[in-house]
Ligand binder design. Structure first.
Ligand code: ADP
Length: 376
């Protein structure tokens, strides 16, 4: 059943706000995405007001969920500090779910930002898969790596946080929407033995494209904390590409045990990977290693290997920077076609060379997370 903008507006008009007017008249709403049982919008206030508005956010979400036909409602509260305003209090003192976009700079020489992030109960280790730029195969690698970790006997989840272009629905062929459990948390979709959540399950791709930093942060935080992940050894987060402010904030906000950086061998891509490394170092997230994707091409007819982009650059770079090199993934048609068909190569060709490579990389990642997994 469809849901109209008007139904949502009517429900929100009855939600009271600290400004003494209904929510629709408070001048704080983003455009509302409604339709197909999914409603998504954000409430944008100043950082100093954020705590007072968390109750409004929860009330708005309940009001929308009560509309007949609404299956998923996600209301993000985003807080922006005005230029020149006093620094806001430390993030852990904010209301839950509130991201302060202006306070994301890591403390110089202070305690690790990790210490301020609440872990996700039941999830032993969260790792980021990141790239300095788009199109290097980050999402393809994140999914196949998750499957490689699954093959090692681990319980694995995948969170597609690539808000600018969520590709996990396409890569997994998932078309369903997440349902809510009795605690009104979203239940991740199950596919290939993985627990999967993507913003692409909730909003149309075009909506995702127009998101701005603060909304991104808030949505990702909610996908982490308002999803019933259950018990997981590893949750793989497919990060938005790039090393801008949104990515930096994400790297700091998500309680990461480590990050994996994907690069192609081209120089430009390696320079971007270096930026990624610098970003994680800045927020004290250990870099688990670099993966060289589209590393070389092996001719399916004659078996000859061609180093199209000058293979090996990422390995050198990793050595130079003192971070582990996790492996090389060839440029291969079957990796692309299986991805596009929603049947990733580790799942569809489990005995193949490519699946073995992803499992080997998975083992190197697992070994670095052993303590966290054992302690959970
Ligand atoms: P990103 O997440 O970095 O934007 P994607 O994972 O969406 O990149 O990959 C971009 C394109 O490259 C997709 O069409 C994907 O199928 C293809 N691709 C990724 N890795 C490989 C590979 N090793 N061999 C062949 N095609 C690949």
């Amino acid at each position: 059943m469809g849901v109209t903008q008007q139904q949502v507006q009517d429900a929100l008009a009855k939600v009271a706000t600290p400004r003494g007017v209904g929510l629709t008249n408070a001048g704080v709403l983003s455009p509302i995405s409604a339709g197909d049982g999914k409603v998504f919008f954000s409430i944008n206030v100043e950082a100093s007001e954020a705590r007072a508005w968390e109750g409004v956010r929860a009330a708005a979400e309940s009001a929308v969920r009560a509309i007949p036909g609404v299956e998923v409602a996600m209301v993000a509260l985003t807080a922006e500090r005005k230029a020149g305003a006093a620094a806001p209090p430390a993030p852990h003192r904010h209301a839950p779910g509130v991201q302060n976009v202006a306070s994301h700079r890591p403390p110089q020489g202070g305690p690790s930002p990790m210490s301020r992030q609440a872990e996700i109960p039941g999830v032993a280790a969260i790792i980021a898969v990141a790239s300095g730029k788009g199109g290097v195969g980050k999402s393809t690698t994140a999914l196949n790596l998750a499957l490689g970790l699954r093959d090692l006997g681990l319980r694995v989840g995948l969170l597609d946080a690539d808000i600018y272009g969520p590709s996990v629905p396409r890569l997994t062929g998932i078309r369903e929407k997440p349902q809510l459990n009795v605690d009104r948390k979203m239940i991740p979709l199950q596919r290939f033995g993985l627990s999967i959540m993507s913003i692409g399950f909730l909003v149309e791709e075009e909506t995702a494209m127009i998101w701005r930093g603060p909304m991104v942060m808030s949505a990702v935080t909610q996908m982490l904390r308002d999803v019933a992940w259950g018990t997981l050894d590893v949750l793989v987060v497919d990060m938005p590409p790039g090393t801008g402010d949104a990515q930096l904030t994400l790297a700091q906000t998500v309680p990461l045990k480590g990050a994996v950086i994907i690069s192609t061998p081209q120089d430009l891509s390696l320079i971007d990977a270096r930026r990624g490394l610098a970003m994680f170092t800045k927020v004290n997230v250990p870099v688990l290693g670099i993966i060289e994707n589209m590393s070389y091409f092996r001719c399916p007819h004659c078996g000859t290997q061609s180093d199209i982009f000058g293979h090996g650059g990422a390995r050198h770079e990793a050595e130079r920077l003192g971070v582990p090199f996790l492996g090389e993934i060839p440029l291969h048609m079957s990796i692309r076609t299986t991805s596009d068909a929603g049947t990733p190569v580790v799942e569809s060709e489990p005995k193949g060379l490519h699946a073995a490579i992803y499992r080997e990389i998975g083992a190197k990642v697992r070994d670095q997370l052993k303590d966290a997994i054992a302690a959970a």
